[in-house]
Design a binder for this molecule. Structure first.
Ligand code: NAP
Length: 164
C-alpha cells in the first residue's frame, strides 16, 4: 500500500515544567523532561513524517511544517530572567527549527515558528489577554500565508516578527 502523503504538520504539544524555579533550585530531571517534550520531541515527530512530507513536496504540492514555540524562547527578548527550563527548551526548539527550515528549503518544504500570544489555556491561565479563538484564528492565517521566502521566520499570532 502506498504511503499517504502529508501536506501540513502543526506541532503544538508543549509543557512549561515547574514554575518559579530560581537559580540554585534547578533540578536536572525536571529540566530534561521539558527539553525532551519541547525541544527533542517536535523534531523527532517531524523526522518520522519527513518521507511523506517530501513525497508531497516532490509531487509539486505546497508542504509546510509549523511549530508552536514561545516568545519566551527569544534570547533577545529576555528582559526579566527566570523561567530557565521553558526558556531554554523553546530557545533550543527555535535553533533546531531554524536549521530544519534551511535544510528543507531544497525539498521545497516551508517551515515556521509560531508564538501563539499569551492565551487562555491550561498553560496560559485565565488572566491571559487572548482567547483560544483569537489566537487560533491568527495562527491559521499565519499558516495559510506562509511562502517559501518566509521559511524559517519566527512570528507571533498577529504576524509580528520576534527577535531571536
Ligand atoms: N498558552 C500560552 O500563553 C502560550 C504562550 C506561548 C507558547 N505557548 C505554546 O503553545 C503550545 C500549546 O500550549 P497550550 O497553551 O495549549 O498548553 P496546554 O494548555 O498546557 O496544552 C498543552 C497540550 O500539549 C499536549 N502535551 C503535553 N505534553 C505532551 C506529551 N508528552 N505528548 C503529547 N502531548 C503532550 C497536552 O496534551 P494532554 O492534554 O493530553 O496532556 C495538551 O494538549 C505549546 O507548545 C506552548 O508552549 C502557549
Amino acid at each position: 500500500m502506498a504511503a499517504h502523503k502529508i501536506d501540513t504538520v502543526i506541532h503544538n504539544a508543549g509543557i512549561y515544567g515547574p514554575r518559579g524555579v530560581l537559580a540554585g533550585e534547578l533540578a536536572e530531571e525536571a529540566w530534561l523532561e521539558v527539553l525532551h517534550v519541547d525541544t527533542v520531541a517536535p523534531l523527532m515527530v517531524v523526522q518520522g513524517l519527513l518521507p511523506q512530507l517530501r513525497q508531497n513536496a516532490a509531487a509539486g504540492h505546497p508542504t509546510a511544517i509549523h511549530f508552536l514555540t514561545s516568545r519566551m524562547g527569544s534570547i533577545a527578548d529576555n528582559g526579566s530572567g527566570g523561567n530557565y527550563l521553558y526558556r531554554s527548551a523553546k530557545a533550543g526548539l527555535n535553533a533546531a527549527v531554524r536549521s530544519l527550515a534551511l535544510d528543507l528549503a531544497a525539498d521545497g518544504i516551508r517551515v515556521q515558528l509560531l508564538h501563539p500570544g499569551w492565551v487562555q489555556t491550561s498553560m496560559g491561565g485565565e488572566q491571559a489577554p487572548l482567547t483560544v479563538q483569537e489566537s487560533v484564528a491568527g495562527l491559521l492565517e499565519r499558516c495559510a500565508e506562509l511562502e517559501m521566502a518566509d521559511s524559517g521566520r519566527f512570528v507571533d499570532w498577529s504576524g509580528a516578527e520576534i527577535p531571536w
